[in-house]
Design a protein. Structure first.
Length: 258
């Protein structure tokens, strides 16, 4: 269990402090979304109030200064990059390279599933392509570490998972190397990062328990789940007055009289 905080850009610093104290009392790790347009210094503000914790993950961080990145690194914080959302929504360039230069091991995240989908192969490829385009940095193994051992460390779970080793949980995802979309595999790491997709996932083990086998979920009534999902979509769309037979665009909020 962890707690997603609002952060100093969405609430007061006093509220952030109270929430961090409560998280510490409950033994919870925290995350918050942050960034800057060049006129704000959200991480520096937290630093000046003594509110940087090694149990907090900062999501995005686009636009924050190199000095603030070093503040996060010095405090033992972690950073999670959502490259697909950040590019699509105009947050700025993903921070992979700058985070590494500051001494942070970034992790990857989705942020907004309705906007960019929930597959984790996509941010792998996007983060890799963007950083290679910016400065030629990063290699495939960097990206795999971001999503395995670095991700486990950011969740406080590096001693349990994130790599395959004696004594750790058996969290393992075998992929289909013989699939025509990747065959023949020469460099496994590069294949996963550059060509990987959900269709390659053959089996998933969580703490040694098989939850997916031969590409199908185990113990899940998928047809019934799909019917429930469609019914939920229809109910929400009807309540919101959104037609499903045409593209939907949100209407701008009406101006309030002055």
């Amino acid at each position: 269990m962890a707690w997603g905080l609002r952060g100093p850009e969405d609430t007061s610093m006093d509220t952030v402090a109270r929430e961090l104290r409560l998280a510490a009392e409950l033994g919870l790790r925290t995350s918050l979304h942050t960034g800057s347009d060049g006129t704000q210094r959200p991480v520096a503000d937290l630093y000046e109030h003594g509110l940087l914790r090694d149990t907090t993950t900062y999501v995005h961080a686009n636009g924050i200064s190199d000095e603030e990145l070093r503040m996060l690194a010095d405090a033992g914080c972690s950073i999670s990059i959502s490259p697909d959302v950040e590019l699509k929504m105009g947050f700025g360039w993903p921070m992979s390279g700058r985070a590494l230069a500051a001494g942070l091991r970034p992790t990857l995240s989705i942020d907004d599933v309705p906007s960019v989908g929930g597959g984790m192969f996509s941010p792998l490829r996007t983060a890799f392509a963007v950083q290679r385009g910016l400065d030629g940095g990063l290699n495939s193994r960097d990206l795999l570490e971001f999503t395995t051992i670095d991700a486990a460390a950011s969740c406080g779970l590096a001693a349990r998972t994130g790599s395959i080793a004696p004594g750790k949980d058996a969290d393992i995802i075998p992929l289909r190397a013989a699939d025509i979309t990747v065959c023949p595999v020469t460099d496994p790491a590069a294949t996963i990062v550059i060509q990987g997709h959900p269709g390659l996932v053959d089996t998933v083990l969580v703490t040694g328990r098989i939850v997916k086998r031969d590409g199908a979920l185990v113990g899940v009534d998928l047809p019934a789940l799909k019917k429930r999902l469609a019914a939920s979509r229809d109910r929400v769309a009807a309540a919101a007055g959104v037609r499903l037979d045409r593209p939907w665009r949100p209407q701008p909020a009406a101006k309030q009289p002055s």
